[in-house]
Design a protein around this ligand. Structure first.
Ligand code: A5P
Length: 249
């Protein structure tokens, strides 16, 4: 495959996996909406179902961008509130390990994505075939950091054997990228991450990191599109074709 064919294939897989995930949604559900290109597709499809089938759902958005899109397509939005639990949260990922540990935050929204995933009874990840990896670590781990702390967080990352790069805006490369909360993002490389949970707990000890992009123990399952087929990766490591989205959870 040429790289453009591959890109086209991955775009198609994103469409197929978002479509499969939509099959889990039933009227009356409270949902968490992820961020990124796969989640955007999911949000558009959900908007279609809300309009066409008069599906009654309420959703919490995990980024300003997803919030804007959800409003545009007519999904009723709610804010976090005491006692609110979500039936499902749906989101993409940058890397999906065989044990469902994830790297997220390529789009810089991982803090709110983690909050939303943590408020859901079932966090379902949607991935094209490029997202499934044997070991995490090719994609850098994003850290949302308080600007004041950034230089010392970079020193601490070096102390852990990693390297970090401050993220700049894609549109204006001289401007630092800012998260929805007004914080910086450091993209960190640690080589292959053999023990993601250990790295996550080391990162959690560093003051100034508001959220890291490792999601350990959050996902209940991942839907992976490969060509025209959808597979389900579960916590027990099973990886099987999905017969019917309603079999989840
Ligand atoms: C956003 O902050 C990320 O966590 C996304 O979920 C992740 O980057 C996946 O994005 P795509 O669906 O665009 O690949």
């Amino acid at each position: 495959l040429s790289s453009s064919e591959t890109k086209e294939q991955l775009e198609q897989e994103k469409e197929i996996v978002a479509h499969a995930a939509i099959g889990c949604v039933k009227s009356g559900m409270k949902l968490g909406l992820g961020s990124g290109s796969t989640s955007d597709r999911f949000i558009r499809m959900l908007g279609d179902r809300v309009r066409v089938e008069q599906l009654k759902v309420e959703a919490v958005a995990s980024s300003k961008q997803s919030e804007k899109l959800a409003r545009e397509v007519g999904i009723p939005l709610v804010e976090p509130k005491r006692g609110l639990r979500l039936d499902f949260a749906f989101d993409g990922a940058d890397e999906i390990g065989p044990d469902l540990s994830l790297i997220k935050g390529g789009g810089g929204a991982h803090l709110r994505e983690k909050v939303v995933a943590g408020a859901a009874d079932y966090f379902l990840v949607m991935g094209d075939s490029s997202k499934l990896v044997n070991q995490l670590g090719t994609f850098p781990v994003p850290l949302e950091v308080v600007p004041f702390a950034a230089p010392w967080v970079m020193d601490r990352i070096e102390g852990l054997g990693g390297t970090s790069t401050l993220r700049f805006s894609k549109d204006s490369p001289s401007i630092r990228y800012l998260t929805d909360q007004g914080n910086y993002v450091l993209d960190c490389r640690f080589g292959e991450i053999g023990r993601p949970a250990e790295l996550a707990s080391s990162l959690e000890k560093i003051p100034g990191i508001v959220a890291h992009g490792l999601f350990i123990g959050y996902a209940k399952a991942a839907l992976i599109a490969r060509g025209g087929a959808i597979y389900v990766l579960r916590r027990d490591g099973s990886f099987e074709p999905l017969a019917d989205s309603s079999e989840l959870p």
